[in-house]
Design a protein around this ligand. Structure first.
Ligand code: SF4
Length: 327
């Protein structure tokens, strides 16, 4: 390892986060090259700073390399990253866009920061959005279009989503562009019939945030009309993930893997990392990112992180070869 890797200059370390007098304290590292957060033992951090990588166990070293805490030596890390970013922009073939079809939401989360109004996309604006997307797809050599439906609460504009998706599906096919979509939803209206309608519009990945369990979530994410949202959301998840259409869509269920498709039970479906794009006000915020054939609490295709001897995953984010700037 010596000479093969150096500590990235794009690393941010917190103070020690363990209680005073902890026998083996830890601190948080944020690898800004990859957006990964890691909880590391102080002894590991000290070894990193001293360049004594031989003192770190192999599993932890592998993770530190994967998260680009440790990087190959270079004469100028900044120029290296710049070139990597420029290459990524040149080589991407996916146009990735986030659309907000409504300014309305049924919840009143304490940290929201939005002022909701009962306003959905009108027909003229929708047509302009579709025209602009198709024009952008034509101007560069895109082969994929990825739409992320966001809000407010996007399900409140289901009709608009269907209208826009229908136009995009109709036009993307002849243009040789593969269209798919995802959604960030509060889950309150995520009923089986809504899921089926979204599935027809190729929305096949969903992010739903749970701010803890039961009343803790309800404190953070109350329904504006009154009452909590946790039980409703959880029941919706149980109902949707129990549908044959959910597990049958693009995944094989056999006698060898039925355990993968069990609906979540109360107390499940919550993970310790935060979904991308959500800015909770701290506390025990959890996110369930899931899609047909995946599993609650883990992004599809993303392996579970191996636990190094002195290191634990403290956060995560979505990433991918997309080009939001291309629009
Ligand atoms: S669900 Fe999202 S948009 Fe609605 S109040 Fe909560 S944070 Fe705001």
């Amino acid at each position: 390892m010596h000479g093969e890797y150096v500590l990235s200059r794009y690393l941010i370390a917190s103070d020690i986060v363990s209680p005073a007098h902890h026998p083996d304290p830890s601190r948080l590292l944020f690898a800004s090259r990859t957006g990964k957060s890691l909880l590391v033992k102080e002894r590991i951090y000290r070894s990193l700073l001293a360049g004594e990588f031989d003192r770190i166990d192999q599993a932890t070293l592998l993770q530190l390399r994967a998260d680009e805490v440790l990087v190959p030596p270079t004469s100028d890390e900044f120029l290296d990253l710049l070139e990597k970013n420029q290459r990524g922009i040149r080589e991407t073939h996916t146009l990735s866009l986030t659309l907000q079809p409504t300014a309305n939401c049924q919840l009143g989360c304490g940290y929201c920061g939005q002022q909701h109004v009962k306003k959905n996309l009108d027909e003229d604006t929708s047509a302009r959005i579709v025209a602009r997307i198709m024009d952008t797809l034509r101007r560069k050599s895109y082969i994929r279009l990825a739409i992320n439906w966001y809000g407010g609460e996007p399900i409140l504009a289901l009709k608009q989503i269907e209208d826009i998706s229908g136009q995009l599906i109709e036009q993307c096919g002849p243009a040789g562009v593969h269209f798919f979509a995802s959604m960030v939803t509060n889950g309150l209206s995520f009923k089986p019939d809504v899921y089926l309608r979204l599935q027809r519009q190729r929305v096949n990945s969903f992010q739903i945030t749970l701010d803890g369990i039961g009343h803790i979530h309800d404190l953070m994410r109350p329904v504006k009309a009154g009452g909590g949202s946790f039980d409703i959301i959880l029941q919706n998840l149980v109902d949707v993930t129990g549908m044959p259409e959910f597990s049958a869509n693009r995944s094989g269920v056999t006698s060898h893997n039925p355990h993968q498709y069990q609906p979540p039970q109360p107390g499940q479906g919550c993970r310790s990392d935060r979904p991308a794009g959500r800015s909770g006000a701290g506390g025990a915020q959890c996110g369930a990112g899931f899609s047909p054939g995946g599993g609650l609490g883990r992004q599809p295709g993303r392996p579970r992180q191996p636990g190094g001897g002195g290191l634990r995953r403290a956060g995560n984010r979505l990433d991918g070869a997309c080009d939001p700037a291309g629009f």
